[in-house]
Design a protein around this ligand. Structure first.
Ligand code: DGL
Length: 280
């Protein structure tokens, strides 16, 4: 049998994103499930992933997952829709059996889709996401599996991640781009009554998104959904839960320089952050 060199002792829950967006998920995890330890990894030096090819997103995400495994994580959450859409299935099916069949990698799309059933009254669902997530068709496929009668319309928002990454989300210039995409989505299906914010950066634009969607259209953001789904997962999988350390501690890793990460991460978390730069 192949020797497994990964650490076997319990470790933190790994939370991975291409950049800062996953911090919106981490923030809710720390509030809702504060007892666990978390190890956040942002591949900021190579973000954004949203416009990259399938192969590259898969390759980068796999490197990140392997890194988090080597750092002791037994459970990794891909807190990035683009990585969940383009890499999760391949990692689960092709890589985990080889790396360590006992470790788990979870994404954010499936739990979001499960939750949207309760948000829409008429089954017309909109999705705002990166061009990469939209091109993958993942939301349409997952929604069709669970709710075959729903009509799903996905709409790519290429400017929204750069606005958030550059600290422009709350400035007036962002209104132009939010309004343009809100009108674009509703123009495709005026009956939409629930819109998934299918990118972890978008909660920072949520006030503006709500302003430019017709009143009565609900927005579905992922932090709470992912936290509830993780809680449920750990309850149903005591074997995995027993491999997660419980110290209420959060560490931050980035592929960018730490000072750059620390300054930007404050916008997302509203507390000082001290990251460590790593090479994947
Ligand atoms: N955070 C990623 C997502 O949720 C988008 C950012 C990127 O394009 O890298 O889709």
């Amino acid at each position: 049998m192949k020797e497994n060199k990964l650490p076997q002792a319990p470790g933190s829950i790994g939370v991975f994103d291409s950049g800062y967006g996953g911090l919106t998920i981490l923030r809710t995890l720390c509030t809702e499930l504060p007892e666990y330890d978390y190890l956040y990894l942002g591949d900021n030096a190579r973000a954004p992933y949203g416009t990259r090819s399938f192969d590259i997103v898969y390759q980068f995400t796999l490197q990140a997952v392997e890194y988090l495994f080597r750092r002791g994580c037994h459970l990794v959450i891909l807190a990035c829709n683009t990585a969940s859409a383009k890499a999760l299935r391949s990692i689960q099916q092709l890589d985990l059996p080889r790396l360590d069949p006992e470790r788990r990698v979870l994404g954010v799309i499936r739990p979001t889709v499960e939750a949207v059933g309760q948000m829409t009254s008429n089954g017309h669902v909109g999705v705002f996401a990166t061009p990469g997530t939209v091109a993958s068709g993942s939301y349409e496929m997952e929604i069709a599996k669970l709710y075959p009668d729903f009509v799903t319309t996905a709409h790519g928002c290429p400017m929204w991640v750069p606005l958030v990454e550059n600290g422009e989300a709350h400035k007036p210039g962002a209104d132009y781009f939010v309004r343009q995409e809100a009108e674009g989505l509703m123009g495709k299906d005026p009956d939409i009554d629930a819109v998934i914010l299918g990118c972890t950066h978008y909660p920072l634009l949520e006030d503006k998104i709500k302003r430019y969607l017709p009143s009565g259209v609900k927005t579905v953001s992922q932090g709470e959904i992912v936290a509830r789904s993780l809680e449920d997962y750990l309850r149903r999988h005591p074997d995995i839960a027993s491999k997660v350390t419980r110290g209420g501690k959060t560490e931050f890793l980035t592929t960018e320089t730490a000072d750059k990460f620390d300054a930007a991460a404050r916008h997302f978390l509203h507390v000082p952050v001290h990251a460590t730069q790593v090479v994947l």
